[in-house]
Design a protein around this ligand. Structure first.
Ligand code: Z5A
Length: 218
């Protein structure tokens, strides 16, 4: 638990499953209920963390980025984000909705890259200082669904391919299995079937948010 006056919700899942779309929907709905809400993302969420994000996502460097470098950069961005954005917002009683958090690190750097989980745990303890999401939505869909949507959006918007998108299918299968294992392990997870039409996904999301917003008086 965040053990703060605010409420900390994270949105997780693979590429193109609808995290950004549904976080915006959830924030709009919570604001309409009178809640004070911020939406943020990882890696990123502050100017320094966004600079780190650019280095992480840049498709071509003059050398290969090593997996441990990637892991440390993710946690460096997170340290800045937690201390300068997330903790102050939670302390003010704000609802913090975050697009990806440490479950992504476990899924991508742990399950995907194969880095030892105890290294991730050590960095998590150092950087999070006991902070955990109160609730996590895992948007889960077969790879073909998420990748198809992301490719369509990318071509519509003229987006460039990022470094993660150049990975092989097997990497993304390991990442999806990692998220599913985390959801089975931790009671804070709610798994949403993201392959459904958007209106159905959002109806499922609201089923979780309605009692929560009513029950938490902040
Ligand atoms: N990363 C990491 O390795 N370790 C870490 O610790 C962290 C991150 C925190 C950047 O993430 C990369 O960082 C990520 C992992 C790594 N790389 N990958 N892969 P990101 O979150 O910025 O990028 P992303 O995962 O690729 O997200 P995305 O492509 O922005 O997807 P999304 O936010 O989940 O989806 P969306 O933009 O809301 O939706 C995609 C499209 O589908 C869009 O046109 C929607 O209108 C449409 N959509 C959404 N839902 C539906 C439904 N239900 N039906 C039909 N169409 C839909």
């Amino acid at each position: 638990m965040s053990r703060q006056p605010g409420f900390f919700i994270t949105f997780e899942g693979g590429e193109g499953v609808g995290k950004s779309t549904n976080i915006t929907f959830a924030a709009d709905w919570l604001r309409a209920q009178g809640k004070d809400v911020i939406v943020t993302r990882e890696p990123g969420g502050t100017p320094i963390a966004e600079t780190i994000r650019n280095a992480l996502l840049k498709a071509h460097h003059d050398e290969l980025m090593m997996p441990r470098t990637e892991l440390l950069l993710v946690f460096a961005a997170r340290a800045q984000h937690i201390e300068s954005v997330i903790m102050p917002a939670l302390a003010r009683g704000t609802w913090v909705l975050c697009d990806r958090f440490t479950d992504s690190t476990i899924a991508y750097q742990g399950f995907g890259r194969g880095l030892p989980m105890d290294e991730i745990d050590t960095l998590k303890t150092l950087v999070q200082q006991g902070l955990e999401p109160d609730l996590t939505f895992l948007l889960d869909a077969p790879l073909s669904v998420g990748m198809g949507r992301a490719a369509q959006r990318g071509s519509d918007a003229g987006e460039e391919t990022d470094r993660f998108e150049t990975e092989q299918l097997a990497f993304f299968e390991r990442v999806r299995s990692g998220f599913q294992a985390l959801a089975a392990e931790h009671s804070r997870f709610r798994v949403l079937d993201a392959a459904q039409p958007l209106a159905r996904v959002q109806a499922d999301l609201l089923k979780e948010l309605v009692p929560l917003a009513g029950g938490i008086n902040r």
